[in-house]
Design a protein around this ligand. Structure first.
Ligand code: FAD
Ligand code: SF4
Ligand code: SF4
Ligand code: SF4
Length: 362
């Protein structure tokens, strides 16, 4: 799909993966992703362990209407109308451990970030980061897809506190982890020259030892996408190599969001003081809700995707839908079908590689 354009929706780690793939396009071939819509994200869960946890508490996933993380509780709304809720420490048994060293809450590398913290019920918080993102939001509002309001100062303070809290807590986790085990490479911001030197000849075996075996893989799917030999496969737990690497190839290593980050990707002031920029760099913050469709919060992500397809600003969009045979099991899709976009609204709180791979076959 060389001449096609795609919009992606993803968690901060997935957004960083797309950023790296495109930044090193002279080597990776880049991607058709031209708009990145990042979600806020505190943590993500393993589908298998979430299912097991709920079953042990007498809940079948087919009976769940909605999941929400609100007021420091993990809430499970059932089709029967009942609500089960759990404390955040109770989610530890199904939380993915790589999230403990993640220092991005608000998708700092996206064009537009969207989340629920910072807005009242039924609304989403929008962080507009790039001029491209700003134009899209203005277009969306003008065409009547969304209504926006100014963000309340108290809610903005709360958002900054939560995002900054994640950064400082997980920076401490990184410090602790590095005392007892290997370095957490993605927190090591290095110059582009050092990046080139340190990743020279870094093949899948090194990716395995630096990222996968130490429990830092986020299962984004970037390594599978960029592999020129098509020998990377992602099973439900981790990427595996199914063949021999091309000589001197390091494409999976340079694209992975959990290897080194070069100063070409992250600006110097953000790098020096991550806690001073809890929300990353941005142009403006708004509250918004869709006028046309429903979603997890204000339905704004779905509205943006519909607008981009309607206006033919992109050919396809990434979504994460649900497996019809396994309730709440996330299924990544690359689609131009607006019904699929509408059906994918809502948050699936478990990890899945997003539809990078589908870009190869479309
Ligand atoms: C794992 C996860 C953790 C989150 N944690 C927080 C948090 O701590 N605080 C907060 O404020 N917001 C969090 N969010 C974001 C929030 O749940 C909503 O997605 C966001 O507010 C957008 O709501 P909406 O109504 O505008 O989106 P909708 O219109 O409902 O669209 C949601 C979009 O998200 C995509 N999606 C759903 N599940 C996934 C997934 N697993 N991976 C990638 N894409 C997916 C769908 O394809 C859909 O296009 C989280 C989201 C995810 C996926
Ligand atoms: S590593 Fe975990 S917490 Fe960080 S963005 Fe990815 S899913 Fe969210
Ligand atoms: S050939 Fe090997 S080093 Fe190159 S991208 Fe594929 S797995 Fe990675
Ligand atoms: S090893 Fe592959 S799937 Fe895991 S984080 Fe890196 S690029 Fe993503």
């Amino acid at each position: 799909m060389a001449d096609k354009k795609a919009a992606m929706v993803g968690t901060p780690c997935q957004i960083l993966a797309a950023t790296k793939i495109n930044e090193y396009k002279d080597k990776t071939g880049g991607s058709p992703i031209c708009i990145k819509i990042g979600l806020f994200c505190m943590e993500n869960f393993s589908y298998h362990y979430l299912k097991e946890f709920l079953e042990n508490d007498g809940i079948k996933l087919k009976d769940v209407k909605e999941f929400r993380i609100e007021n420091n509780r993990f809430k499970v709304f059932l089709n029967s109308g009942d609500l089960k809720d759990y404390s955040i420490p109770q989610t530890e048994s199904f939380k993915r451990k790589n999230c403990d060293v993640c220092i991005d809450f608000a998708s700092d590398f996206s064009d537009i970030s969207v989340g629920s913290v910072g807005s009242k019920k039924g609304y989403s918080t929008l962080i507009v980061r790039s001029e491209k993102g700003e134009k899209i939001i203005e277009g969306l509002e003008k065409a009547g897809y969304i209504e926006t309001t100014e963000v309340d100062e108290k809610l903005l303070n709360l958002l900054e506190k939560i995002a900054g809290g994640k950064k400082s807590k997980n920076l401490k986790n990184i410090e602790f982890k590095e005392k007892i085990a290997r370095q957490v490479l993605y927190n090591r911001i290095i110059s582009e020259k050092e990046f080139e030197e340190d990743t020279d000849g870094a093949d899948f075996d090194l990716l395995e030892s630096d990222v996968i075996k130490v429990g830092n893989c986020v299962l984004c799917g970037a390594c599978e996408y960029v592999c020129p030999e098509n020998i990377v496969e992602i099973n439900s737990r981790k990427p595996v190599k199914k063949g021999k690497c091309r000589e001197n190839c390091n494409l999976c290593y340079i694209s992975c969001p959990r290897t080194f980050t070069s100063s070409k990707i992250i600006s110097n002031d953000l790098k020096a003081k991550p806690e001073s920029y809890p929300l990353g760099k941005y142009i403006k913050i708004l509250n918004a809700k869709s006028t046309k469709n429903k979603g997890q919060d204000g339905g704004v992500v779905t509205a943006i995707l519909l607008y981009l397809l309607d206006e033919k600003l992109v050919d396809d969009v990434f979504v994460v839908g649900e497996d019809p045979n396994n309730p709440w099991k996330p299924i990544p899709k690359l689609t131009s079908d607006k019904n699929e976009v509408l059906a994918a609204a809502g948050t699936k709180y478990s990890t899945v590689p997003i539809a990078f791979k589908a870009l190869k076959t479309k």
